[in-house]
Ligand binder design. Structure first.
Ligand code: N01
Length: 567
C-alpha cells in the first residue's frame, strides 16, 4: 500500500523529534529512509507541494538530467534498483519526478514530510541542546539535530529588470515553472540566459513558438548529449555489476564512471587531436566526456584551448549565418569548463531556424521590460512571453534565506560574511548539530549529486551512531579544522584555471555576492577518503561532547592536510 499523496494541510504541527530535516528532494528522502532504518524519529519540511526538490521545481520544456540515468539513481536498495527501468540515457524531468515519487511511495517516506511549508528560522539552544525550527505555516519542531537538505541550486536568481510588473504578456522563471502545460504555439517568446537550462529549453521552445528571441550575454560551450532510448538489456547488464560499479565509482573524480583520461594533449599530434575530439563529439554524452579528452584541461591553457577551439569550429560548421556563429562562439578568454559545461540536443542547430533570433546582450544590454516586450540599449523586441533562464543564487542562497543562529549569538549570516566557510562542506564552526548535504566546500555540484548526497548522509548516520554509542549528543566543527579545510579548498581551486571565470561557482552571477570558489575541486575519491580518515581518527577536527560539557582537546589533530590521502 502506498502512502496517501500530500494534502497540503495548513494545520501547524508542534513536535519533538530526533532529527529535523529541511527539504524533501533526493537528499531529504534518503535521509528520512536512513533515519527510519535507525529507529530515529524525523520531521521534514518541504516548500514544494510534493517530493522531488530540483525535479519538482524545474519543469521547464527540455529539462533533463545530464548524468546518465543509470548512474543518477539511488544505490541503497537492491530491490529499488531491480524494479526501476529508465527509458532514456538522460532521463527527462517527468521521468525523474516519477522515479522520486516511486521512491517516496515504495518506502512510505511522505508521512514524515510536511509539504507547502518553508522553514524560516532555526535556532540552537545550548542549554537544552535542541534545535527549534519555525515555518511560514506556524509549525514548531524541536530536535537535537538538524539536517539541511536544501539543494545547491534551489534559490532562483532573476535579474531585477525594471518594468516587469507592467509587462502585458506572461513571464516565467525556469526554476518555478507552472505545473500546467504552457502552450507557446503562435506566441512570440523571449528567453534570457544560455546556461545549462537555457540550452535545454531553447530547442524545445523554438519548435513550439511562432518566434523565439534568445537574449545571450555570454556564449557557452555546449556539446551534444546524443540522448537515446535505453535498452532494457543495457540496464540489466549495468545493474548486474552494480556492486562492482559502486566500488569503482568511489575511485573516480566525478562520482561517475566512463571517463578514462590517460593523455595529455602533448601526447597527440594536431591531426590526432582532431580525430580524438571528433570521436568524442560524435559519441556525445555527459559534459565530462568531451572535457576529459585530455587530462590537463583544468590546468594547462594550451590543452584547454585545443578543446575550446574544436568546439568553436563545430559552432562555425553548424551555424549557417557567420554573424550568428560569431555571437554564439565563446570568447577566447572564457576557458572551456570554467563555467558549468552543458550538453544539448540540437542547441546550435536551432539557430538555423527561421523563427529564431539571437540577440547579443553583452554588447547591447537589456535595459528594461516594457509592456510589450524587452528593450535593449539598441532595440525593442515585442514578445507575448518571457522566460528567465537566469540561474540561481547557488550553494549559499537557500541556507542564508533561513535565519540560522544559536541562542548564544552565532548566526550563519555572520559566519559567512566573507563567503561560505565550512568543515568538509558538512558543518559550520560555532553552529553545533547542524549538518548540510552537499554544502559549500564539498564536491557537490562538481560531481554526481546522488553519489555525493548518499556519501554525506551515510557519513552523518555513522557519526550519529558513534555519538550514541559514546553517550555524546553534541558535535561541532572546530575553528581550526574549518580554517584548514577552507584553505585547502581554496588552494585546490586556485591550482586550476577555473577561479577566474565569472561563474556561479564563484557567485559572480549574483550582484554583490562575495567571490569565493564554493565547491570542492579535489574530486570525489579524495574527498570521501578525507571523510573516512577523519572518522577513523575519532572525528578529527570535530568536538564531540555531552551537552557541550565533556570537551576533548582536538587542537593537536586539527590540521586537515595531515589527513591527506596518498595521491
Ligand atoms: O543558470 P546559469 P542555469 N542579463 O547561471 C544569464 C544546473 N542545471 O539555470 O553567463 C542577461 O548557468 C547568464 O549570463 P552570463 C547546472 O548545474 C543542471 O542555466 O552570466 N543574461 C547565463 O547565460 C547549471 O550550471 C541541469 O553572462 C543574464 C544564464 O542567465 C545550473 O543548474 C540542467 C543576466 C544563467 O545561467 C544553473 O544553470 C539545467 C542578465 N542580467 C541546469 N543574468 C541538468 O542537466 C543572468 N543571465 C542536471
Amino acid at each position: 500500500m502506498t502512502d496517501p499523496r500530500p494534502q497540503g494541510t495548513s494545520t501547524p504541527v508542534t513536535e519533538r523529534v530526533d532529527v529535523v530535516v529541511v527539504g524533501a528532494g533526493l537528499a531529504g528522502l534518503y535521509i528520512l529512509y536512513c533515519l527510519r532504518k535507525r529507529g530515529l524519529s524525523a520531521r521534514a519540511f518541504e516548500a514544494g507541494s510534493d517530493v522531488g526538490g530540483t525535479w519538482y521545481w524545474n519543469r521547464y520544456p527540455g529539462a533533463r538530467v545530464d548524468v546518465e540515468s543509470m548512474q543518477y539513481s539511488y544505490n541503497f536498495s537492491d530491490e529499488l534498483i531491480r524494479e526501476w527501468t529508465w527509458t532514456e540515457k538522460f532521463a527527462a524531468q517527468p521521468e525523474l519526478l516519477r522515479y522520486i515519487n516511486h521512491v517516496a511511495d515504495r518506502f512510505h517516506l511522505r508521512r514524515d514530510v510536511k509539504f507547502d511549508t518553508r522553514v524560516t528560522c532555526a535556532v540552537f539552544d545550548d542549554d537544552s541542546n535542541q534545535w527549534t525550527l519555525q515555518t511560514n505555516r506556524g509549525d514548531v519542531a524541536t530536535a537535537p539535530y538538524c539536517i539541511m537538505a536544501t539543494g545547491s541550486l534551489s534559490k532562483p536568481y532573476q535579474p531585477p529588470f525594471p518594468g516587469l510588473e507592467d509587462f502585458r504578456g506572461h513571464w516565467y522563471h525556469t526554476a518555478t515553472w507552472p505545473h500546467e502545460a504552457i502552450d507557446f504555439d503562435g506566441k512570440r517568446v523571449g528567453i534570457i540566459g544560455t546556461g545549462s537550462t537555457g540550452i535545454q529549453a531553447i530547442p524545445v521552445v523554438a519548435a513550439q513558438a511562432q518566434h523565439l528571441t534568445v537574449f545571450q550575454r555570454t556564449a557557452n560551450y555546449s556539446t551534444p548529449s546524443r540522448n537515446r532510448p535505453l535498452e532494457d538489456e543495457e540496464q540489466h547488464t549495468f545493474n548486474a555489476r552494480r556492486e562492482q560499479w559502486q566500488d569503482e565509482v568511489r575511485h573516480t573524480f566525478t562520482a561517475m564512471t566512463g571517463f578514462p583520461v590517460p593523455l595529455s594533449h602533448r601526447d597527440d599530434t594536431p591531426q590526432e587531436r582532431r580525430e580524438r575530439l571528433e570521436v568524442r563529439w560524435q559519441a556525445g554524452g555527459m559534459p565530462q566526456s568531451m572535457l576529459a579528452t585530455y587530462k590537463d584541461i583544468n590546468v594547462d591553457e594550451e590543452a584547454n584551448a585545443v578543446i575550446a577551439n574544436f568546439v568553436r569550429g563545430k559552432i562555425r560548421d553548424i551555424i549557417k549565418d557567420p554573424e550568428v556563429a560569431n555571437i554564439l562562439s565563446p570568447p577566447k578568454d572564457l576557458l572551456i569548463g570554467s563555467k558549468r559545461p552543458p550538453i544539448d540536443t540540437d542547441y546550435y542547430e536551432t539557430f538555423n531556424r527561421n523563427n529564431v533570433t539571437l540577440v547579443d546582450v553583452k554588447t547591447a544590454p537589456i535595459e528594461c521590460v516594457t509592456p510589450s516586450g524587452i528593450k535593449t540599449s539598441e532595440a525593442q523586441y515585442d514578445l507575448d512571453a518571457i522566460i528567465f533562464a537566469t540561474g540561481f543564487d547557488a550553494m549559499t542562497g537557500t541556507l542564508l534565506a533561513i535565519d540560522i543562529r544559536t541562542r548564544a549569538g552565532t548566526t550563519l549570516k555572520d559566519c559567512w560574511a566573507d563567503g561560505p566557510m565550512t568543515y568538509l562542506g558538512l558543518m559550520v564552526a560555532g553552529i553545533p548539530n547542524l549538518f548540510m548535504i552537499n554544502g559549500p566546500g564539498s564536491p557537490s555540484v562538481k560531481v554526481n549529486m546522488i553519489l555525493a548526497l548518499e556519501q554525506h548522509t551515510d557519513w552523518i548516520m555513522q557519526l550519529l551512531n558513534h555519538m550514541e554509542s559514546c553517550g555524546q549528543n553534541r558535535v561541532e566543527a572546530t575553528d581550526k579544522a574549518q580554517a584548514a579545510w577552507v584553505d585547502h579548498t581554496r588552494e585546490v581551486a586556485e591550482a586550476t584555471l577555473f577561479t577566474a571565470a565569472d561563474s556561479w561557482y564563484v557567485g559572480a552571477n549574483v550582484p554583490g555576492k562575495r567571490r569565493v570558489f564554493m565547491p570542492y575541486l579535489g574530486g570525489f575519491e579524495k574527498y570521501w577518503k578525507f571523510c573516512e580518515e577523519i572518522a577513523v581518527d575519532g572525528y578529527r577536527g570535530f568536538v564531540l561532547s555531552h551537552d557541550g560539557n565533556t570537551r576533548r582537546d582536538t587542537a593537536a589533530t586539527d590540521k586537515v592536510s595531515s589527513a591527506a590521502p596518498s595521491q
